[in-house]
Design a protein around this ligand. Sequence first.
Ligand code: GDP
Ligand code: MG
Length: 170
Amino acid sequence: MLNTETFKLVLLGDSGVGKTSIFFRYINNEFFGSQFPTIGVQNMEKTMKISGKEINFSIFDTAGQERFWSIAPMYYRDAKAAIIVYDITSQKSFEISKRWVDELKEKGNCKVTGFIGNKLDLEEMRSVKSQNAQNFADENGMIFMEVSARSGENIEKIFYQIAKQLLEKP
Ligand code: GDP
Ligand code: MG
């Protein structure tokens, strides 16, 4: 029997950046164009095998409460991992994601944080430069990646990288 370790992972970021889409892409490998089933609190689990171990992510997605003044710290305080998402076509969402980074540093207890630019399939509408985001992530010790919930590009990869770091870090 493999030992399974469970980590709570929270998805954070402005409304509309694609948090719920990333959640469904990762959990069920599906993408909804616009409308999602109405769900209250979204929490699902998914297990992966890595380096002979089993890592179970208990993933929490905010249900329309993502403006950060309306999310209570209790939602993320016990999370060991976070994915902070912005939309590469929205400079505003990038600024808001930076505020989330500060908030988590101040009140959270994450061991590993992913800093994610979503909607990579909309490259022609890009307004956030990769290098800016990469620099910001590096300065703050976060794993940076650009992904697309729509195409699925890099979605598995970011969760894998986070799991890997969780195992490596003491
Ligand atoms: P949330 O508010 O952060 O949970 O964002 P949603 O997951 O509800 O997505 C907001 C909108 O962006 C929806 O219309 C999605 O279909 C769309 N969306 C999400 N991810 C992507 C993506 O990777 N590419 C594109 N083109 N649209 C996306
Ligand atoms: Mg959502």
